[in-house]
Ligand binder design. Structure first.
Ligand code: ADP
Ligand code: IPE
Length: 250
C-alpha cells in the first residue's frame, strides 16, 4: 500500500480563496489509475485555500471558544466541499475513492493524533477501496478543538498501517536548503535525514507549520518517503516505481 499526500499547494492556489486545480487532480488520478488495483493506495489531501484562511479567520489554533464553534463546523464543511471535488475526479477516472472524515475518527493533543479508530481505513483498503482522508478540524484534548494537518495524519497512519512508501506531492521539486520560491539560489536536497537544517521562513497563510512540519512528520515515518513536484506529469509514476525523483528519505 502506498500513501500519497495531495498537498494543499497543488490542489488549490493558496493565495486564492476556494480555488481548485482540477487539471492537476485529474493528472494525479490518471497516474494512480495506471497502477491500481495491482497496487493499493491511501490518499490524504491538505486544506489549501479551503482550509487555512478559514482556520485563521476563526482562530481555531487558539482552541475552542463560544464564538468560534460555528467556525469549526464551517471549516469542516469547506473541507468536505474540497474532498467532494477530489473524490468526483477519482470516480470519473474509474477509481473507487472513498471519503473518510478525519474529524470523525481522530482525537488530537498538541496537534498530534493521540486516539484514532483506523479499522475502517484498513477494512476499506482490504476491499480495494482508495480511502481519501484530509486535514481537518479535530476534537483536541488540550485546546477543546484544533487543526489536524494531513501531514500528521500521514505519519500516524504510516506507523500503524506500514505502507510500502509515502509520497508527498508539492508545488516545488522537493525539499530545498531554503524556500525556492523566494531564493533563486536554493539548492534541491536529494536525500534528507534527521540532521537536516533549513532556513526558517514565514508560514504565510499556512496554520499548520508548512514545510518544516512536513519534514518533522516525514522523519517519523518507518518507510521510504518521497517529496516530489506533483504538478509535473510523470513524477508520481517515477516515485511509485521507485525511480530517482525529488527528495527522498530512505
Ligand atoms: P503542501 O500544502 O503542498 O502540503 P506546504 O505549502 O506546506 O505544502 O509546503 C510547500 C511550500 O513550502 C512550497 O510552496 C515552498 O514554497 C515552501 N517552502 C518553504 N521552504 C521550503 C524548502 N526549504 N523546501 C521546499 N519548499 C519550501
Ligand atoms: C490543513 O491541512 C487543514 C485545515 C487547515 C483545515 P494540511 O496542513 O494538510 O494542509 P495543506 O497541505 O498545508 O494545505
Amino acid at each position: 500500500m502506498i500513501i500519497v499526500k495531495l498537498g494543499g499547494s497543488i490542489i488549490s492556489d493558496k493565495n486564492k480563496p476556494f480555488s481548485f486545480n482540477e487539471s492537476v487532480v485529474k493528472q494525479i488520478a490518471e497516474e494512480i489509475a495506471a497502477f491500481y488495483p495491482a497496487k493499493k493506495f491511501l490518499l490524504v489531501h491538505g486544506g489549501g485555500s479551503f482550509g487555512h484562511p478559514l482556520a485563521k479567520k476563526y482562530k481555531i489554533r487558539e482552541g475552542l471558544k463560544k464564538e468560534n464553534m460555528s467556525g469549526v463546523s464551517k471549516i469542516h464543511q469547506a473541507m468536505l466541499e474540497l474532498n467532494k471535488k477530489i473524490i468526483e475526479i477519482f470516480l470519473d477516472t474509474g477509481l473507487p475513492a472513498f471519503s473518510i472524515s478525519s474529524s470523525s475518527i481522530f482525537i488530537i493533543k498538541n496537534g498530534q493524533i493521540v486516539d484514532g479508530w483506523t479499522r475502517v481505513i484498513e477494512e476499506s483498503i482490504a476491499r480495494d477501496f482508495i480511502p481519501v482522508l484530509f486535514g481537518d478540524v479535530a476534537i483536541a484534548k488540550d485546546k477543546g478543538i484544533d487543526i489536524l494537518s494531513g501531514d500528521q495524519i500521514i505519519s500516524y497512519l504510516a506507523g500503524k498501517l506500514k505502507p510500502e512508501k509515502v509520497i508527498f506531492l508539492m508545488d516545488v521539486d522537493g525539499i530545498y536548503d531554503k524556500n525556492p520560491k523566494i531564493h533563486e539560489d536554493a539548492r534541491l536536497i536529494e536525500e534528507i535525514n534527521e540532521k537536516i537544517s533549513l532556513r526558517q521562513e514565514a508560514a504565510g497563510i499556512d496554520v499548520t507549520g508548512g514545510v518544516r512540519n512536513k519534514i518533522d512528520e516525514a522523519l517519523k515515518i518507518p518507510c521510504p518517503v518521497y517529496f516530489i513536484n506533483g504538478m509535473v506529469r510523470g513524477n508520481l509514476t517515477k516515485a511509485i516505481k521507485g525511480e530517482r525523483v525529488g527528495t527522498r528519505k530512505l
